[in-house]
Ligand binder design. Structure first.
Ligand code: UGA
Length: 439
């Protein structure tokens, strides 16, 4: 009989993983504690924006291979393999991760595990969590040690979640037995047969792979942003610098985009949780550099506000500011720790009249920042604006015609927070163009 899969937690990670597992041919149940989410998903609708996921989910809800429930008992008796995909946000007022959702998913699932099965953690967790959860699982499950734990970190990017799940650049599995390894090899056989590299590790290594991958990516972004600060001081151009660096394949060109820096539900909280965990382990010195990575990143937001204020001759009072972009990055409606909204809110607090437009993130932005003004198009945001801020590099913004936009603004001034617009084109159309790390 084919392996039956459950996926616990149906956010960006879990909903994508559930649909992908159905696509690989398994019968899948997705579980969440939020009934509204389950109702949406059961109707074949994705409650957030992720390119390609709508189609995949609808296809498998229709085929009957993918169902959703809030009932842990149903999930427990159904699944041969249970993937834990719940969130691990930052604790309020602390660097550490909030583990309550991981812990409660185990507490709710384990009592229903009466036969041999594998529970596989995918959430990003502090190293040591898997070993702790494994003990709890054995203690709570009627199947005892036949309910085994493995860890299988997820590296998907929002905006490319479907692609990254069905065609990942690697699979990492942390296991404590051959049986667990065999089950995971079988579940991922279609990917392994297609040539996806597999790294088999112990539990703590698998947890650390994820934390260190995100720490590396964050460091790379802050590195180029630090170079942008030096470029500004020296009158150099960070985009040309990055281009020149990128031809060295030891460095590579990806994640060398200087600008407003990283946000989202992962990189910022993951580097902080990593520092907190290293501290608990007595290895805090090893990660003190991540404080600097974080500080460089947070300075980007302040620097964009400063650049904007300079463009408004020293004060935002009585100035209309168009903000293009609210999502933390393009092709997503996620606004968690969004640099764009952070900048918009700071400028509004300093007296600016801010209008925000984003192609997909308006609803989420409105809920989180209700006092900002939201409009239905880039042109509307720019109407009568004394300054335009380009803060999330959606294709729609990159394709804007500076001459046409120039007709509706009060002043042709733009700050490109993402170094993503064509400087020559904007200057040729009579705009004052400013960006981070460029003369
Ligand atoms: C990140 C990682 O890239 C994924 O591998 C990981 O699985 C995921 O976190 C996670 O832990 O779940 P994601 O948060 O979707 O993925 O977004 P990224 O594409 O990494 O971008 C993060 C931020 O960095 C964005 O705000 C983006 O605008 C910024 N960024 C990215 C730059 O400022 N410069 C760059 O060159 C690249």
């Amino acid at each position: 009989m084919s392996i039956r899969v459950t996926v616990i937690g149906t956010g960006y990670l879990g909903a994508t993983h559930a649909a992908a597992m159905a696509e690989l041919g398994y019968d899948v149940i997705g579980i969440d504690v939020e009934p509204e989410k389950i109702a949406e998903l059961s109707a074949g609708r994705v409650p957030f924006y992720e390119p390609g996921l709508d189609e995949l989910l609808a296809k498998h809800v229709a085929s009957g291979r993918l169902r959703f429930t809030t009932d842990y008992a149903e999930a427990g008796s159904f699944g041969d393999i249970h993937f834990i995909c719940v969130g691990t946000p930052q604790l309020k007022g602390e660097f550490a991760a909030d583990m309550r959702y991981v812990d409660s998913s185990i507490e709710m699932l384990a009592p229903h595990l009466t036969r041999p099965c594998l529970v596989v953690g995918k959430s990003t967790v502090p190293v040591g969590t898997a070993a702790r959860v494994a003990d709890r699982l054995t203690a709570l499950a009627p199947a005892g040690s036949d309910a085994e734990l493995a860890w299988n970190p997820e590296f998907l990017r929002e905006g490319f979640a479907v692609e990254d799940t069905l065609r990942p650049n690697r699979l990492v599995i942390g296991v404590t037995s051959e049986r667990a390894e065999q089950v995971l090899r079988e579940v991922y056989a279609p990917l392994l047969d297609a040539g996806v590299p597999l790294v088999v590790t112990d539990l703590p290594t698998s947890e650390l792979v994820k934390a260190s991958a995100n720490a590396f990516l964050a460091t790379k972004i802050s590195f180029i942003n630090a170079m942008a600060e030096v470029c500004e001081a020296a009158g150099a151009d960070v985009t040309l610098l990055a281009k020149a660096l990128s031809y060295d394949d030891r460095i590579g060109g990806k994640f060398l985009g200087a600008g407003l820096g990283f946000g989202g539900g992962c990189l910022p909280k993951d580097i902080r949780a990593f520092m907190a965990r290293a501290g608990e382990l007595g290895a805090d010195q090893a990660l003190t550099f991540l404080r600097e990575v974080d500080a460089i990143n947070m300075r980007r937001r302040a620097r964009v506000v400063e650049l904007a204020r300079e463009q408004c001759n020293g004060s935002f009072l009585g100035r209309r500011i168009a903000v293009l972009g609210a999502a933390f990055k393009p092709d997503s409606d996620d606004i968690r720790d969004s640099p764009a909204l952070n900048v918009a809110a700071q400028i509004q607090l300093q007296g600016g009249d801010v209008s925000v437009y984003d192609p997909k993130a308006m609803d989420n932005a409105r809920k989180a920042y209700p006092s900002l003004t939201y409009v239905d198009s880039a042109a509307e945001a720019c109407r009568g604006a004394h300054l335009v801020l380009h803060l999330t590099e959606w294709a729609e913004f990159r394709a804007m015609d500076p001459a046409t936009l120039g007709e509706v603004v009060a002043e042709r001034k733009i700050v490109d927070g993402r170094n993503a617009l064509d400087l020559a084109q904007w200057r040729a159309a009579g705009w004052t163009y400013r960006a981070l790390g460029r003369p």
